[in-house]
Design a protein around this ligand. Structure first.
Ligand code: 4AD
Ligand code: MG
Length: 467
């Protein structure tokens, strides 16, 4: 076979230098046609679109042709020609075809229209479907958008550790990291495990958030963000929870809660705009195939400014809804940690746009949040989105050493884990704020997928760590 430099399908479909000899490589999506001519839809993952390969059967070896089945990998040399059929402008009139990899009839993706549940069972192959190709291209693009957003605004990308000895959210949902022999654990006279001989010489876990270390950086570099995996051993089998998810956590010195809300709103709108501008083919595909309201919802979020509302006001609205006959599965009262049905009611039914809820009861929020004068609430902010519920959680931080220490003691957080964090409040303390965006929650919104397991390549959930 003649050596011609490979063109990616995404680039090839934009070309109009008809008559040129080109090479494409990719996987067969479909093959159809007559006894004389076949049409192969070839996809190489660079775009949702396939390139059509026109094959005059008489010109090719019969044994080779038999190997062109769904899923087979081909290298095709041919002439770029103007397409006569509808769809795209260019197609390839095949001159030479090499089968790089055959694909027999045990290939699970022969037919279209598999359920999402089935595709999760073959997560090693599902990137080859149109749907997951689109989702994972969008995932990449959103990661780029996030770095671009912060870089352009002078934020520094700061790498926080994945292995840690402190529980940032204080929710006790950490996965332990150990090299100890679990069959022969050394315990003291009280039955507590002795960690002296463990790898780190103390109990260590996978992080639930990079925030605490992020605060160290923000109070030195001014404005930073983290973007990395986080781990939570919460036994939540919901379409919105993963045991391993990616989080983006900006932290900014001198920002108060209002600056924090401005940043969150600008950031999320930037990401949504980016998806529309840079992933339109993929978003359009998902809109047409799964979720006819997707593009409209994305545009909707860009148009409106987000509602900003204290938690207490939100509870009043929900209580009124209950009084007027609306049925929630979980009870509503001041002090309750809102369920996703409550959050979605505020966003989808009451305000019909995103809502930033602020000033939550301190009992349901983490120890580091700035305490309000009322003694009951803290300067927390959750950004609530249509279809998703909570997409961002953040706060202004308690910068007062005594108040922070008192709260740490009140909650019984072991000081040996926190001395370094408290130092930020001891040495040149400053007001500062930050938040965490769940990357997969953002992707749920931008792709219109219904289950968070379908926006991460290899989901980790309770009782599932396959692949
Ligand atoms: O509200 P969370 O727990 O806040 C924090 O972790 C703070 N340290 C953030 C900060 O202020 N720097 O989590 C932040 C976001 C949530 O709003 C949600 O989008 C996502 O992380 N998230 C999850 N996403 C998927 N699976 C889970 N189990 C998640 N838990 C939280
Ligand atoms: Mg939260």
């Amino acid at each position: 076979m003649e050596t011609i430099r490979r063109t990616k399908v995404v680039d090839l479909l934009k070309r109009d230098d008809f008559g040129a000899m080109v090479n494409v490589k990719g996987w067969v999506r479909t093959r159809r046609g007559s006894k004389q001519v076949n049409f192969i839809a070839l996809n190489d993952g660079s775009t949702i679109n396939n390139v059509q390969i026109v094959v005059d059967l008489a010109n090719f070896d019969e044994e080779m042709l038999k190997q062109i089945t769904t899923g087979a990998c081909l290298s095709v040399n041919g002439e770029l020609v103007k397409s006569v059929g509808a769809g795209q402008a260019a197609e390839i009139q095949a001159r030479e075809i090499a089968v790089l990899g055959t694909c027999d009839n045990t290939y699970p993706l022969q037919k279209k229209g598999h359920s999402m549940e089935f595709l999760r069972e073959i997560a090693h192959l599902r990137p080859r479907t149109n749907t997951f190709g689109a989702v994972f291209r969008i995932r990449h693009n959103m990661a780029i958008a996030i770095h671009k957003f912060f870089h352009e605004r002078g934020f520094f990308y700061f790498h926080t550790p994945l292995i840690t000895a402190s529980d940032c959210e204080g929710a006790g949902q950490m996965f332990q990291v150990t090299t100890m022999n679990l069959y022969d654990l050394k315990k003291d006279e009280n039955g507590s495990i002795i960690y002296d001989n463990d790898f780190f010489g103390k109990q260590a876990s996978l992080t639930v958030s990079g925030q605490l270390e992020g605060e160290l950086a923000a109070t030195a570099l001014g404005a930073i963000y983290t973007f990395g995996p986080t781990f939570r051993a919460e036994n939540s089998n919901t379409p919105r929870h993963l045991a391993e998810f990616w989080m983006i956590e900006p932290e900014v010195a001198f920002n108060d809660i209002n600056d924090n809300m401005d940043l969150a709103e600008e950031f999320i709108k930037y990401c949504v705009q980016w998806a529309l501008d840079n992933c339109y083919d993929d978003v359009k595909f998902l809109n047409d195939m799964f979720d006819k309201g997707l593009i409209e919802r994305l545009q909707g979020v860009l148009k409106e400014s987000f509602v900003r509302l204290p938690y207490t006001e939100g509870i009043k609205i929900l209580e009124e809804a209950v009084a007027n006959g609306h049925k929630f599965e979980f009870p509503v009262y001041w002090g309750v940690d809102l369920a996703s049905e409550h959050e979605r009611y505020l966003v989808e039914e009451h305000f019909k746009r995103p809502v930033i809820l602020t000033d939550y009861p301190k009992e349901i929020k983490a120890f580091y949040m700035k305490q309000n004068e009322d003694g009951k609430t803290v300067r927390a902010m959750d950004v609530l989105f249509p279809k998703i519920g909570e997409i961002i959680g953040g706060s202004e931080r308690e910068e007062n050493y005594d108040k922070l220490l008192a709260r740490i003691q009140e909650l019984g957080i072991p000081m040996k884990d926190m001395w370094w964090y408290l130092d930020t409040r001891k040495y040149g303390s400053c007001p500062h704020s930050g938040f965490g965006l769940g990357f997969e929650r953002l992707l749920l919104f931008v792709t219109g997928m219904a289950n968070i397991r379908d926006v991460i390549p290899f989901p980790r959930t309770p009782r599932n760590a396959e692949f």
